[in-house]
Design a protein around this ligand. Sequence first.
Ligand code: ADP
Length: 491
Amino acid sequence: MADHGLDDIPTVCPHCTSPQDGLLCVCSAGKSPVLVVEMSQTSSIGSTDIFASQERKKERNSSRESSLKDLSIKSSNVERKPQPQRSRSNVTEGKIPHIRMDNGADIEEFYTFGRILGQGSFGMVIEAIDKETGAKWAIKKVNKDKAGSSAVKLLEREVNILKTVKHQHIIHLEQVFESPQKMYLVMELCEYGELKEVLDQKGHFSENETRLIIQSLASAIAYLHNKDIVHRDLKLENIMVKSSFIDDNNEVNLNIKVTDFGLAVQKHGSRSEGMMQTTCGTPIYMAPEVINAHDYSQQCDIWSIGVIMYILLCGEPPFMANSEEKLYELIKKGELRFEDPIWDSISDSAKNALKQLMKVDPAHRITAKELLDNQWLTGNTLSSARPTNVLEMMKEWKNNPESDEDTNTDEETEQRTVYHPSAKTAKQPTDAAKKPDANSVDMASSDSKSNKLLSTEIKAEPEKSSGTVSHSAVTKSSLKSATLFRGKKRL
Ligand code: ADP
């Protein structure tokens, strides 16, 4: 799929045709001097709804521009540069204004800052009200000098990626203000905080509640993967909750947003060139191939979705140990346990989805696109008709190949009982043993999936320079998740 946005800033001034090196030109075609405003394109979505919102944005941007003009009277030594024109033929593309200013405090001309929403690693996130519209936003404020160059690199990476995406379950970046010292990211406000906090209050989610969350997450990740973007740090702390309601069945429906794209990468070139090697992420969510520093691809995000789903369902991570080293060993083995009594009430279909998400070999792991069709995710587990021909059977097996695995379940349980010291002495019958799986199809195992990804191809990571950045992020992330090693119950 074509890349959007990052390379789309004109390299030649439309007015004087001088080279621009990614910025807009200060040429005589520019009118009265104000501020440098760069506009980045978001992805093409192609719906009338988007068109309408772009029109609204256009109106808003023009009024924002007049406010900026006022500001020019107060600001000295600032220049206005011409903005690229939006054309009708480009109606499905949006623009994220990137406003350069001399003084960071000038942002207060536009926003009234309120309560602190959270303290991040490099700065704080503050609730702010747009003085013009009254709309509430979350503004991430980073002091570039204090944060340091590695942090600024992460932030720029986040901004560049957020400028190119538009999805209902990915945090929306409204605009960026930047001064020599400060950077402000104006993002949509998620009043309910992190999904981790909601989970901490609830203990765990029901299967239906989890399904809704994973549906949203899968849709966001399939969208990103389709654009060759790999998030690389999916975890409960990076999923924000925008709104929530209780439905007729007394179940919580959460509107979630994937956030924190500091470790995300946009792959370029052929598949093998798009492989990555930097070990980064947060230990309990890290895929085996990332730990092994093998060439890995977007499939690492799928593993993390599995970890998230497991935690949502039972309240605990799938792998826990009292040292990072031991944790990595458990992850590399990838033996999922469903022994806690809580799993007795969870469907085989959900467990099979987990097994598909957390296959140790990324080539055998379900893809984001396939996940969207998974029977557990679509909720078709009870009503699905039996396949009537071989093609349908193969398709069903591809999405839910539980039958060949479930035949081993007793043996696996036995091994786990020996392996896990806290396991009960009496062997628990598995769900598969208790009742037949309505969706299982008795088909022989096939190797057809193994050619999805040639994980043995060894190629250099395209973003070698990010190694130090990612390393510092690992340290930060490890600290963040340290509580996971301390207590079993506490997330
Ligand atoms: P970090 O640097 O640790 O990744 P962030 O700087 O992104 O964290 O965010 C710090 C805190 O601010 C988060 O823990 C979260 O509670 C809060 N926060 C971040 N983004 C938003 C948002 N869009 N809406 C509401 N709160 C947010």
